[in-house]
Design a protein around this ligand. Structure first.
Ligand code: GTP
Ligand code: MG
Length: 173
């Protein structure tokens, strides 16, 4: 019927990337199922979730792909990125090393996807205030320099998780 036809018009593929254990899978679990796993294992291969979203009164389906941060567990890179119109590039605000990796993730993304893919830089784990190693201003500055959107989140306490995905999808749309 007409509704189904309209759904088909707005199917966005979104990829999640970033170092291992930054919280990609938990951000997706929180967003799609309102779940959180304190002891989640590394992702192996690729998983994805399709999530319906309302943007400006239109129904949009976001197909969100999640893969392993560790090279040895990753799926075929070109297939992962193929057709992506948006990306969440995630780091852990408590591990500077994961922030230092962002440049490499952006390189890979740009090598394998469309030039005008919309990107949001996500600093996750804001609940761990005392362990913070990367300041909000630093994240913001990197995002500005690279032309990315920026947000800080916590999958644990559900802070800004939906906002991260919604900001991205809104900009794609
Ligand atoms: P790979 O699949 O290996 O690439 O890792 P990932 O980025 O998917 O990380 P994952 O979601 O599996 O989370 C790694 C660990 O961080 C788990 O122990 C999670 O419980 C924890 N974690 C994820 N998000 C948060 C958060 O916002 N706050 C806190 N405190 N812990 C988090
Ligand atoms: Mg994972």
């Amino acid at each position: 019927n007409g509704d189904e036809q309209q759904d088909q018009d707005y199917l966005f593929k979104i990829v999640m990337i970033g170092d291992s254990a930054v919280g990609k899978s938990n951000l997706l679990a929180r967003f799609a199922r309102n779940e959180f796993y304190p002891n989640s294992k590394s992702t192996i291969g690729v998983e994805f979730q399709t999530q319906k979203m309302q943007i400006d009164g239109k129904e949009i389906k976001a197909q969100i792909w999640d893969t392993a941060g560790q090279e040895r567990f990753r799926a075929v890179t070109s297939a992962y990125y193929r057709g992506a119109v948006g990306a969440l590039v995630v780091y852990d605000i408590c591990r500077r090393q994961t922030f230092d990796s962002i440049g490499r993730w952006l390189n890979e993304l740009h090598t394998h996807s469309d030039m005008n893919v919309v990107i949001i830089l996500v600093g996750n784990k804001t609940d761990l205030k005392d362990a913070r190693e990367v300041g909000t201003a630093e994240g913001k500055a990197l995002a500005e320099a690279q032309g990315l959107f920026f947000i800080e989140t916590s999958a644990l306490d559900d802070s800004n998780v939906a906002a991260a995905f919604q900001t991205l999808v809104k900009e794609i749309y």
